[in-house]
Design a protein around this ligand. Structure first.
Ligand code: BEZ
Ligand code: FE
Length: 295
């Protein structure tokens, strides 16, 4: 800002301080901290970029459009947070690395409460189109002890890149939950994850196009693992070699979550003896839970 005359800089700084001071009487200290920091960062952005009034109006129109398209089924503000990396940064701040605990990543908008329970080795695809994929591993704590009875929730898009809730009918496919056994082991059938675009027919999609960015998410399977005494883990498994690992539209990829997908011939016997038509795949993914007290 060196080219801005000193007197102008003083006027701008004085305004920032007046706005900050207006919040001085906020009774809750945390609320006060947040509104003060928001004021300083927002004014910092306006001053640093020398935002024009026309640009300010465009920003207001953009946020208005984000609000208008948002309803019970579509949350464009979360999508905006996702593509700006703000969702992932919030997760990063709130899930500090703890020993070898599995890393967390974005939750996304397609989780639905009340998924069907399947037994160990059950099929969470429930008829979703896609290549059958056997997923297995153990749930343990950071001391290496198995975590039995952990609830493992799974949800994923089908081979056409859509979640069940994106279809007009009431199908429940590509989702389910199961519990780890006494030795912490879990296993289930799903479909091999495939890439898909985030909803891009609204203002967030426009932003991506304007900035030359792809709406594609790297292929993934969502997992949420819950067990008493442990930090709930919300994560993904990403197949190695996926074309979008380096350009995931919501910045959700972590190297530690990228796994090999072992392709199997149609003639290779399946782990549970299930008869499958055509090729199938398998993924091994061990999960480590941090303690609830672990940061
Ligand atoms: C998802 O993985 O399901 C997702 C995450 C963020 C935005 C859109 C979709
Ligand atoms: Fe997803």
């Amino acid at each position: 800002m060196s080219e801005i005359p000193a007197e102008q800089q003083e006027r701008e700084s004085a305004l920032v301080e007046r706005v900050v001071a207006s919040f001085a009487g906020t009774p809750d200290p945390r609320t006060r901290e947040l509104v003060e920091a928001l004021t300083r960062h927002l004014h910092g952005f306006l001053r640093e970029t020398r935002l024009t009034e026309q640009e300010w109006k465009q920003a207001v129109d953009f946020l208005t459009a984000v609000g208008h398209i948002t309803d019970d089924r579509r949350q464009e503000f979360i999508l905006l947070s996702d593509v700006l990396g703000a969702s992932m940064q919030t997760i990063t701040v709130n899930n500090q690395a703890y020993a070898d605990a599995t890393e967390a990543t974005v939750f996304g908008p397609f989780f639905v409460e009340g998924s069907p329970e399947v037994g160990l080795g059950g099929d969470v695809a429930h008829g979703a189109p896609g290549e059958p994929c056997w997923v297995e591993g153990t749930v343990r704590d950071t001391g290496g002890s198995p975590v039995g009875g952990a609830r493992v929730e799974v949800w994923e898009a089908d081979a056409d890149g859509r979640y069940d809730v994106q279809y007009a009918d009431d199908r429940v496919t590509g989702r389910g939950h199961l519990h780890s056994d006494g030795r912490g082991r879990y296993r289930f059938w799903a479909v091999t994850p495939t890439p898909y675009p985030i909803p891009d027919d609204g203002p967030v999609g426009e932003l991506l196009r304007l900035t030359g960015r792809s709406p594609m998410r790297a292929s993934h399977l969502h997992l949420m693992v819950e067990a008493p005494g442990h930090r709930t883990l919300v994560t993904h498994v990403f197949p190695r070699g996926d074309a979008y690992l380096d350009s995931d539209s919501v910045f959700g990829v972590r190297d530690s979550l990228v796994v090999d997908v072992h392709q199997q011939l149609p003639t290779t016997p399946t782990p549970d003896g299930r008869a499958v038509v055509g090729p199938w795949a398998r993924i091994d993914f061990d999960i480590v839970l941090a303690p609830s007290s672990g940061g």
